[in-house]
Ligand binder design. Sequence first.
Ligand SMILES: C[S@@+](CC[C@H](N)C(=O)[O-])C[C@H]1O[C@@H](n2cnc3c(N)ncnc32)[C@H](O)[C@@H]1O
Length: 245
Amino acid sequence: MSAQYDQIGVKVADWDVLPVRSEYIEGHTYFKALGSVKGQAVLDLACGDGLYTRQLQARGANRVVGVDISEEMIRVARETEAAQSQGIEYHVSDVADMAPLGVFDCVTAVYLLHYAHSPEHLLRMCRNIHAHLKPGGRFVTYTFNPGFSAKGPNSTRYGITMLDFPESPWEGQAISAELHTKTPFTIHFSHWSQDTYEHALREAGFRDLEWMRPECSAEGLARYGQEFWQDYLDNPHAVALRCER
Ligand SMILES: C[S@@+](CC[C@H](N)C(=O)[O-])C[C@H]1O[C@@H](n2cnc3c(N)ncnc32)[C@H](O)[C@@H]1O
């Protein structure tokens, strides 16, 4: 999995500017699910090049740590940190094997859990996330939509296409998606059902699980109109999930 993003590298940044990824949908939904981070310690997992990690710090978190399995993504994140210091700490690690980094008010992960390659890997990730939270702390994630439908509209016009998406994906089935950036690239991950995610989180000790479908911000509606977004909102490629320790 590391090699996958080591090769993608800075191409990811092209995708950051697409409407679905911006504050119109993904950022809007994720930060709404997360709530205020002012004065809090936040651990951002699968942080990539630090897109959301920097926003967490800018929103007033008092300690922000980013972790990613890809050396290349962390190299880019550290390069940005060196150029415009925000006091963010970055580490390279698989979340499932992460060494203790302290205790946090919240842990976030935008696009992590569907990279688990087995239920056992998913459980180890969830256990390690739980171990990094203070009692009552929250875990907020954005993950591939377990209910994504081959029959529904694909997200192509929003910058991502599910390739040969099966009508009834099985547990752990390999899924590929093409990202329509200046230099398009393909990502590979696994399909896990809602039950599998919930089982791993509960087994790790999480409670009060709440799934949230993506929403469009008022700015997104004003800029593009409801009709533009409707296909995406009917069959989003990703959803938010929030739970507590
Ligand atoms: C789509 S990128 C998202 C990056 C960032 N969260 C964002 O939204 O800009 C997914 C990231 O997950 C990382 N990743 C995949 N599996 C991981 C694992 N087991 N532990 C840590 N990071 C992982 C990849 O290296 C990649 O940077």
